[in-house]
Design a binder for this molecule. Structure first.
Ligand code: NZQ
Ligand code: ZN
Length: 385
C-alpha cells in the first residue's frame, strides 16, 4: 500500500426527515446564500423546508445553476455574495449545484480572474467561504469531497479543481428527497458512482487489501440496488443505500493509498463540453472501451474484478476479461444508458476534436501509469463508436 494521509472534515447528517437539522447546522448569525438549480427544489417542496429551517437568518437565494454548472452563471452568484456581504453558502441540489457552490465559495474570496481557480486545478485557492449542502441526487460524491467541475461555455472547457478548503462543513443526506428524481437521473447516479469506484480500483495490485474489498462491496451493492432503484422508486432502503454508496464512492476512503485512473472522467468531460452528453453517460461510453484498450496493463485487476465482483470463474484469462467487460457494458445498458457514441449520433468525425481538446487541456498522460497519450485516447474513442 502507498503512503497516505486521510482527512475528511465533512459532517454527514443522514436519514429521512433530517432537513430541519439545518436549523442547528448553519451558524445562527450567518448571512446565507441558498443556491439551487432549476425548478425541482422548488416544485418538490425541498426549498420551502430549507427556508423554514433557516428561520430568522438573513437568507438570500440564487436560482438557476444548470447541469454542468457554468462559470458564466456562477459569476452572477459571486457578484450577489459580494454585493450583499453574505458569508455562508448552502447548496440545495445535485452535483452541479454543489460543485457550483464550491466555485462560488472560492471565487468570492479570490483576488484576480476567478477562472484561474479552474485552470490551476485549485492550487491558487487560499481562502473560501464556508458552506453546507442538502443533497437531492445521489451520484457525484461532491457532498463529501473537496472537488468540483465547472464549465466555461464560451470556450467549451470543462475543468476539475480541488482544494482542502472546499470540503462542505456538513451535508444533509435525506434519501426521501430523491423520490422525485426522474429515472434518467437515477440511472446516471448509479453509473457515475460505479465508475468512480472502478477508477480507484481497476488499476494494478498495490497491496490495498482493505480498499479492494471495500470497493468490491460498494460495486456489488450497486449491482444489486441499481436496477431496483429504477424498478421500485419509492423503496426507502434502496434509495438510502444508493445515497450512501454514492457518497462513499468518492469521499477519498477507497482511493487512499492505491493507484487511480481518472482517464474515463477526463475524456468524458470533453464529450460533455462539446456535445452536452450527461456526465454519467459519457463514462458509460468511455469505460468499456478503455478497459478493452488497457486490458494488458490492467490484467491482474481485471481478473480480480471478474471473479470477485461478477463471479466469473469459467474460461481462460482472456475469456474471463472479455466477460467482465461485456457484463460492465450490459449493466449500463440495463440501466437504460447507451454505451456507444453512435447512439448519441456521433461518428468518427467527433473523435479528433475531442483529442485536440484533451491536448489543449494538458490531458496527455492519463491513467494510473500516465500512459494514456492522445493516441491512446483516440483508440479508446474509436473503440466506443
Ligand atoms: O436543476 P433542477 O431543476 O434542480 O434539476 C436537476 C438537474 O436537471 C435534477 N434534480 C436534482 N435533484 C432532483 C432533480 N430532479 C428531481 N428531483 C430531485 N430530487 O437532476 C438534474 C441533474 O442534476 P446534476 O446536479 O447536474 O446531476 P449530478 O448530480 O449527476 O451532477 C453532475 C455534475 O457533477 C460533476 C459532473 O461533471 C457534472 O457537472 N461531477 C462532480 C464530481 C465531484 N465534485 O466530485 C465528480 C463527478 O465525477 C462529476 O464529474
Ligand atoms: Zn463522475
Amino acid at each position: 500500500m502507498l503512503n497516505f494521509q486521510f482527512h475528511n472534515p465533512t459532517r454527514i447528517v443522514f436519514g429521512a426527515d433530517t432537513l430541519p437539522e439545518l436549523a442547528h447546522l448553519v451558524p445562527p448569525t450567518a448571512r446565507v446564500l441558498v443556491l439551487y438549480g432549476g425548478a425541482s427544489a422548488d416544485k418538490n417542496g425541498t426549498l420551502a423546508q430549507v427556508r423554514a429551517a433557516l428561520g430568522g437568518r438573513v437568507a438570500h437565494e440564487f436560482a438557476g445553476i444548470e447541469p454542468n454548472p457554468s462559470y458564466e452563471t456562477l459569476m452572477e452568484a459571486v457578484a450577489q455574495v459580494r454585493r450583499e456581504k453574505l458569508d455562508f453558502l448552502l447548496a440545495v441540489g445535485g452535483g452541479s449545484v454543489i460543485d457550483g457552490t464550491k466555485f462560488v465559495a472560492a471565487a468570492a474570496r479570490f483576488e484576480g480572474e476567478p477562472w484561474e481557480i479552474a485552470t490551476s486545478g485549485g492550487s491558487v485557492i487560499e481562502q473560501a467561504l464556508p458552506f453546507g449542502t442538502v443533497l437531492t441526487l445521489p451520484a457525484t460524491g461532491s457532498e463529501m469531497n473537496s472537488g468540483s467541475v465547472v464549465t466555461r461555455k464560451a470556450t467549451q472547457a470543462k475543468l476539475a479543481f480541488m482544494s482542502p478548503l472546499l470540503y462542505p462543513q456538513f451535508s444533509v443526506l435525506d434519501p426521501t428527497l430523491t423520490f422525485t428524481l426522474p429515472p434518467r437521473q437515477i440511472a446516471n447516479g448509479v453509473a457515475d458512482a460505479f465508475v468512480h469506484i472502478v477508477e480507484q480500483y481497476l488499476t494494478y495490485p498495490q497491496g490495498g487489501m482493505v480498499q479492494d474489498r471495500y470497493a468490491e462491496g460498494l460495486l456489488q451493492t450497486l449491482l444489486e440496488i441499481g436496477p431496483r432503484a429504477l424498478a421500485t422508486p419509492q423503496d426507502y432502503d434502496v434509495r438510502a443505500n444508493l445515497m450512501w454508496v454514492a457518497t462513499q464512492a468518492l469521499n477519498g476512503l477507497i482511493g487512499a493509498g492505491v493507484p487511480q485512473d481518472w482517464a474515463t472522467h477526463l475524456i468524458g468531460h470533453e464529450l460533455t463540453a462539446q456535445h452536452g452528453i450527461d456526465h454519467a453517460r459519457t463514462l458509460a461510453i468511455v469505460l468499456p472501451s478503455l478497459l478493452e484498450v488497457q486490458r494488458e496493463h490492467k490484467r491482474d485487476k481485471l481478473l480480480q474484478y471478474a471473479s470477485r465482483v461478477w463471479g466469473i470463474e469459467e474460461g481462460d484469462e482472456a475469456q474471463r476479461i472479455d466477460a467482465a467487460i461485456d457484463r460492465t457494458r450490459a449493466f449500463f445498458e440495463r440501466l437504460g444508458i447507451d454505451t456507444r457514441l453512435s447512439a448519441y449520433s456521433l461518428g468518427r468525425e467527433a473523435i479528433e476534436p475531442i483529442v485536440a481538446q484533451l491536448e489543449a487541456h494538458g490531458m496527455t498522460a492519463l491513467g494510473e501509469r500516465q500512459d494514456i497519450t492522445p493516441a491512446v485516447s483516440r483508440r479508446i474513442l474509436e473503440g466506443a463508436l
